[in-house]
Design a protein. Structure first.
Length: 357
């Protein structure tokens, strides 16, 4: 009798072959999506939301939703998928054309290579220094684009900026292009404007409801004279994260007048977590809580005291500063007339014209 083994082997191969075609393809995007889900479950500030987001990513991965995507396209798709689940603008997947530095084994702190890369980045952007200017009427102007972490170099830059305008009659702090940074940099800057040991902010750890305070920031003694001049802080919809904290802190302490637009609305600090050589995901692991308001600006943004479009914020704040100088009896008639002429012309002046005065 003829053996049935060859036929059975053939039949088995026929049955298995279509199944192998249906198996999940070895697409790198799938591994990135799955690792993003894991990082959210491990570190995201609100565990229940993290579980929902991770489940969504895994379901999408299994359905092949990310197959064929790569680079910025994959980063944008993952970020947009996470947005309606987490409602947290800090959570973003980022693609780097250059190989990212290796991560630490624990993932809870930066590796030496990541710390070195961050230090290089902060130096390359001048520790956030945009511009320091002196406007007529002895009004100081500080344009800060980023709040650096604590280091001798960054402290020297911040101290130098603040001390350059320390003897101004009024000061404009421009945060319209500032996307955030480190809470230590915020505390360093505000130490020039507030008494030492002023309680600025608390940071709470992970937890859906109750969570303990894991860190707090206070002002300290810094080089240079204390600055008591009126402070105007410019904001825009692009003002985000740490820049929002700075604006929120001085507003709650009634130390400044905020002029501009409602800010972006991100109050959950965290750090990037490496997914592979070219992708990482920023995962917030805590949340801010102001000691005065007992809340923060997450999702709502910081609301200005004087609401104007961002392109009119400098002109508006400068006009307010000049108006405040009108009661200065030390001003001579000629100087008073000059400043009044500038103030009356501000509605027709843009930022470049004002900064060229």
């Amino acid at each position: 009798m003829r053996s049935l083994l060859p036929f059975l082997a053939f039949l088995s191969a026929v049955l298995v072959f279509p199944l192998s075609l249906a198996a999940a393809p070895d697409d790198p995007a799938r591994a990135i999506a799955l690792d993003a889900a894991t990082q959210l479950e491990r570190f995201y500030v609100f565990p229940s939301r993290a579980q929902s987001a991770a489940a969504m990513l895994r379901a999408n991965e299994a359905a092949g939703a990310y197959d064929g995507l790569s680079g910025d396209d994959l980063a944008r798709r993952l970020t947009s998928d996470l947005a309606p689940v987490l409602h947290d603008q800090h959570v973003r997947v980022h693609y780097s054309i250059d190989v990212l530095p290796p991560a630490s084994a624990s993932g809870t702190a930066s590796s030496p290579e990541e710390s070195a890369a961050e230090a290089r980045f902060q130096r390359e952007i001048g520790y956030g220094l945009g511009r320091v200017a002196h406007l007529p009427g002895n009004v100081g102007y500080l344009d800060l684009r980023f709040f650096p972490s604590d280091s001798p170099e960054s402290n020297a830059v911040i101290d130098g900026m603040a001390n350059a305008v320390a003897y101004s009659n009024a000061i404009v702090l421009d945060l319209r292009r500032n996307g955030g940074g480190d809470s230590d940099g915020i505390a360093r800057l505000l130490s020039h404007f507030l008494p030492p040991k002023t309680h600025l902010n608390d940071f709470l750890g992970r937890g859906d409801a109750d969570a303990r305070v894991t860190a707090s920031t206070y002002t300290a003694v810094v080089p240079g004279p204390p600055i008591a001049a009126p402070l105007f802080v410019l904001t825009s919809s692009h003002t985000f994260s740490g820049a929002e904290e700075c604006a929120y802190d001085v507003q709650a302490l009634k130390r400044a007048t905020l002029v501009g637009e409602v800010t972006g609305g991100g109050a959950n600090p965290g750090r990037p977590h490496r997914l592979d050589d070219h992708f990482d995901i920023f995962v917030p692991s805590g949340r801010a809580r102001n000691p005065i308001t007992q809340t923060n600006w997450e999702g709502t943004g910081v609301k200005p005291d004087v609401a104007v479009s961002q392109d009119r914020a400098l002109a508006t704040a400068y006009a307010m500063a000049l108006t405040g100088l009108g009661s200065d009896t030390a001003l001579g008639t000629e100087e008073r007339t000059r400043l009044e002429g500038i103030r009356s012309s501000l509605p027709t002046m843009d930022d470049a014209k004002i900064l060229s005065l």
